[in-house]
Design a protein around this ligand. Structure first.
Ligand code: VGL
Ligand code: ZN
Length: 185
């Protein structure tokens, strides 16, 4: 493929039942981002999802309530998310010895390899949670040297401390990420 072509990919991080209201680690307004994401899916050459996919005995559950256990209801995508056009589904957090927050730590496929093979130059990231898995995925994408944008109206934060969402966006911006609204894509 001609490398001069800009290939745009959307990474949808962890829009799963357990991270939405009513879930085991329900994030406030986690479900509110779903129509925003469904609305922009057609604008991308590639659509990639990640899912938090934990074993029951992970050290991660010393920090967090039990959530997104592999193959359970809580780890399924929220039923309203349009997954018809997803090209790659990543599973992460699958080890019992670490958190595995970043989509780049997926164990069923390599996101780095996928980005390189498909000459993806621009990665747009949305999903849950701004202050954990979105953040870790954005920082890893920046390390790769590709243009990395956070879709600011399509993310939701845990906010263990009030303001963690804003603090995270400041940090990601300072690290080189572009902050963009879905209407401007
Ligand atoms: C996440 C906390 C624990 C996330 C995953 O998807 O951001 N947050 N596990
Ligand atoms: Zn988790």
């Amino acid at each position: 493929m001609n490398k001069a072509i800009r290939n745009k990919a959307l990474l949808i991080v962890d829009v799963q039942n357990d991270f939405c209201p009513g879930g085991a680690l329900g994030v406030k307004d986690g479900d509110q981002i779903i129509p925003v994401i469904n609305n922009i899916i057609d604008k991308f050459d590639f659509v990639i999802t990640s899912q938090d996919w934990h074993p029951t005995d992970t050290v991660h559950f010393e920090k967090w309530p039990v959530h997104c256990v592999a193959n359970q209801k809580g780890s399924e995508f929220h039923p309203d998310l349009n997954i018809d056009k997803v090209d790659l589904k990543l599973l992460k957090g699958t080890a019992n010895r670490d958190d595995g927050y970043s989509a780049f730590e997926a164990t069923n496929a390599s996101l780095t390899k996928y980005i390189n093979e498909n000459h993806i130059t621009n990665l747009y990231i949305c999903g849950i949670a701004t202050d954990y898995c979105v953040k870790a995925s954005v920082l890893d994408a920046l390390e790769l040297g590709i243009h990395t944008a956070v879709i600011t109206d399509a993310i939701a934060a845990v906010n263990l401390k009030p303001g963690d969402d804003k603090k995270t966006l400041d940090e990601l911006y300072k690290s080189g990420a572009t902050l963009i609204e879905s209407a401007d894509i």
